[in-house]
Design a protein around this ligand. Structure first.
Ligand SMILES: [Zn+2]
Length: 419
């Protein structure tokens, strides 16, 4: 076996067993004892239900990822890649269209493979635990819109990257880097205006106590805010959320209708204060810069590997091509991606604590932040006692008990607005 194939196989196996190990530890870490502070919020039955939800999800995840791994290995070692390449080349479409077709067909294979799992998850598991609100029509429409968006937004970008690597020689990687960065910015601008309304209805929050409380708070911390919107999240799920979109002075807050139903005004302001904390502490900008740097690093490495014969030998490909080289490189890059992802999560968990503390200090009301966190975790059946290794591997936020503990012990120093 060739060295590259060996490295990719080891990486695939390591990734699979690492997650299996973390899942196992996580399940064994469940305790029947309801953690302190959750009495009266979680009743015994709902707490047991949250643990059943975790078990069901974990076991389902094992089956799904095992089958996907097996499918990939079978396709690979049954010489599926050169078979598809011969078929694409026979059409004589030129390097760019051939690349779009080659990668497009593989993405369709993958989507067809994961679709049954997604259907079972939504209409089996999520429905059984009372979360799913999506109808078959909504689900199918979402799928079609997603497919259309992938074609409209993804295909031109992929075609451009293929073209630069095909024709721009040694300059390709940095031209693509600049192009992808501009593209990411563009998508951030058009997403709230054109993309998100395709999936949900956004209505400006009606005048009232909630809206004025939010606007007052934003003004107090000098946070530029264009408007507050409500989104019909209840169309798909009873799970709740809130997020920001837009840039600069045009930032909008979006609250799920499910979130508004479940929380008091003080709790909602605390949740939004946390979100604004991410902006004020420059976490959002940081995350973007890191994503840009990571993209540049990956493109630079891609340029070094894309014509390396060993990469094509590993997948039994007799002929080199930019599109296949890109795909195989992505598999070789996966372990570096995993490692980079873990570092990003360490940073993200630290930022979450900082945003919590920002919210507590600026609202002078840590109690509302704490009760919001408690309600959210009960409502979403979150695991209150995850294993530390599982947290390290999978969590972008610290476990809720840790966040509550930090909030309860934090001194309430008022924050300078310029921090
Ligand atoms: Zn956050």
């Amino acid at each position: 076996m060739n060295g590259i194939a060996f490295v990719i196989l080891i990486a695939l196996a390591a990734d699979f067993f690492l997650h299996l190990l973390a899942d196992g530890l996580n399940l064994r870490h469940l305790s029947h004892q309801l953690p302190k502070g959750f009495e009266g919020i979680y009743d015994a039955q709902r707490y047991r239900q949250s643990q059943r939800y975790l078990k069901t999800h974990t076991q389902f995840g094992w089956i799904a990822s095992a089958l996907q791994l097996i499918a990939l290995l079978v396709f690979w070692f049954a010489h599926g890649f050169p078979w598809l390449d011969r078929w694409v080349r026979a059409l004589e479409l030129g390097p760019i269209l051939s690349g779009l077709l080659f990668i497009g067909v593989l993405l369709l294979f993958k989507a067809a493979l994961t679709l049954p799992f997604s259907i079972y998850k939504t209409f089996g598991i999520e429905a059984r635990f009372g979360f799913n609100k999506s109808t078959a029509t909504t689900y199918i429409l979402d799928l079609l819109k997603g497919l259309l968006l992938t074609i409209l937004l993804g295909a031109p970008l992929l075609a451009a990257i293929l073209a630069f690597f095909e024709y721009a020689g040694p300059h390709a990687w940095w031209i693509c880097w600049v192009g992808i960065t501009l593209y990411m910015l563009l998508v951030q601008f058009i997403a709230p205006v054109w993309i998100m309304p395709l999936f949900n209805k956004f209505t400006p929050l009606e005048e009232g106590q909630l809206k004025s409380a939010i606007l007052d708070y934003a003004q107090a911390i000098e946070f530029p805010l264009e408007n507050v919107y409500q989104m019909d999240g209840s169309r798909r799920s009873t799970k709740s959320n809130a997020f920001f979109t837009g840039f600069g002075k045009h930032k909008r807050i979006v609250l799920f209708d499910t979130l508004i139903q479940q929380h008091t005004v003080a709790e909602l302001v605390a949740i939004l204060a946390h979100e604004m904390g991410h902006y004020k502490k420059k976490h959002v900008r940081q995350a973007f810069v890191l994503a840009v740097l990571q993209t540049g690093f990956m493109l630079f490495l891609l340029a070094q590997f894309i014509t390396y014969q060993g990469l094509f030998d590993a997948f039994y490909m007799p002929q080199q091509s930019v599109y296949a080289g890109m795909l195989f490189f992505a598999m070789l890059y996966a372990p570096i991606g995993l490692f980079g992802g873990l570092l990003m999560q360490v940073r993200s968990r630290k930022n979450e604590v900082a945003a919590d503390q920002f919210a507590a200090a600026t609202t002078q009301d840590p109690a509302s932040m704490i009760s919001a966190l408690k309600k959210l975790s009960v409502h979403n059946l979150s695991n209150l006692t995850p294993h530390p290794f599982y947290v390290f591997l999978n969590y972008s936020h610290p476990p809720v008990l840790q966040r509550i503990q930090i909030l309860s012990s934090a001194p309430l120093a008022p924050e300078g607005h310029n921090l």
